[in-house]
Design a protein around this ligand. Structure first.
Ligand code: ADP
Ligand code: MG
Length: 317
């Protein structure tokens, strides 16, 4: 909470985090999205105290990490797993050896290590690759090893720094499915950072938009999309800007039984002209954003009716 991180570079100050407040609920997938340089990686490194924030506190699972030092901090950090964009595997070790590594560091005995590695490789679908070396694996398989290794110490929280950014779309999809599955089956809380809006759409329950070290907006994805002027809605569902007095942007975050547009034209005798938009499923909800022109004498009543139906009606700018 209230995280600040200032780097000093050649006498110059870089405010990588400028007062970030983030609350991730237990058992949810939380996505932080932002452009390169926004402070995403710094945020993750501060959350697991790989770096100490200049100011502010980090609490994970009820323990304030920023208040701990030495062995107690190391023990608390074992409850946090980390997945990296470029996998960070040890090339001289087999897949099993990579997954076993954190267990060796923690002093787990040999028999338990073997059992746990077998279990973890099965969890990520790599049981048949235990003896392979990283160089013999595809990108997606390497990331599965990275995820298995991150889960070795049985963390309650998994941090992911652009885990899918180095992968092709189909592989990205399978890794996101894996993360979603782990979240559901193990109740694992996942905090992931990404610059890809699609990742937010596909797996996140909640999200925050980070710009220049500040959270611009945050909350449940479905709530954010339905909020007036939402940056997230605009990024997830870009609509054409239409410079016409009759044009509006419509947003809805649930499905309707009745055909809204045909009822609208019948009730109010207006013409509806769809200019662009998309309807997609976002965290289990049907979400639609449309740019439309509504024209006719009873235009204002028609828009009020849509508003009454729970649609967000905004100027198309
Ligand atoms: P992102 O992951 O969103 O691309 P980063 O957290 O890596 O952003 O970086 C945020 C800002 O902090 C950038 O301006 C970057 O140059 C700066 N920064 C990151 N790490 C360091 C560091 N170790 N020393 C100095 N500046 C840093
Ligand atoms: Mg980064």
């Amino acid at each position: 909470m209230g995280l600040h991180k200032v780097y000093r570079l050649k006498g110059r100050q870089v405010r990588a985090l400028d007062g970030v407040d983030l609350r991730v609920e237990q058992g949810e997938v939380y996505g932080v999205v932002g452009q390169s340089g926004a402070g995403k990686s710094t945020l993750l490194r501060c959350v697991n105290l790989l770096e100490r924030p200049t100011l502010g506190t980090v609490t994970v699972d009820g323990t304030e990490l920023t208040a701990l030092r030495g062995p107690r901090l190391r023990a608390a950090r074992r409850r946090i797993g980390m997945v990296h964009q470029h996998f960070a595997l040890l090339s001289s070790r087999t897949v099993a050896g990579n997954v076993a590594f954190p267990l060796e560091v923690a002093g787990t005995d040999r028999a338990e290590r073997r059992r746990r590695v077998g279990e973890l490789l099965e969890l990520v679908g790599l049981s048949d690759k235990a003896r392979a070396y990283p160089a013999q694996l595809s990108g997606g398989q390497k990331q599965r090893v990275g995820i298995a290794r991150a889960l070795a110490s049985n963390p309650s929280v998994l941090l992911s720094d652009e885990a899918t950014s180095a992968l092709d779309p189909a592989t990205t999809e399978s890794i996101l499915d894996l993360l979603r599955g782990l979240n559901r089956e193990l109740g694992l809380t996942i905090l992931l950072i990404t610059h890809e809006m699609d990742v937010i759409k596909r797996v996140c329950d909640s999200a925050a938009i980070l710009t220049d070290g500040t959270v611009r907006e945050s909350g449940r994805v479905i709530d954010l999309i339905g909020r007036p002027g939402s940056l997230l809605a605009r990024s997830l569902f870009p609509l054409p800007a239409v410079d016409h007095p009759d044009a509006v942007h419509l947003t809805y975050t649930r499905s309707y039984d009745e055909p809204l547009m045909s009822e609208l034209t019948r009730r109010y005798d207006v013409d509806v002209n769809v200019l662009g938009g998309a309807i997609e499923e976002v965290s289990g909800h049907a979400v639609g954003r449309l740019a439309v022109r509504v024209s006719g004498a009873r235009r204002a009543d028609a828009l009020a009716w849509l508003d009454g139906k729970g649609l967000l009606v905004e100027a198309a700018r």
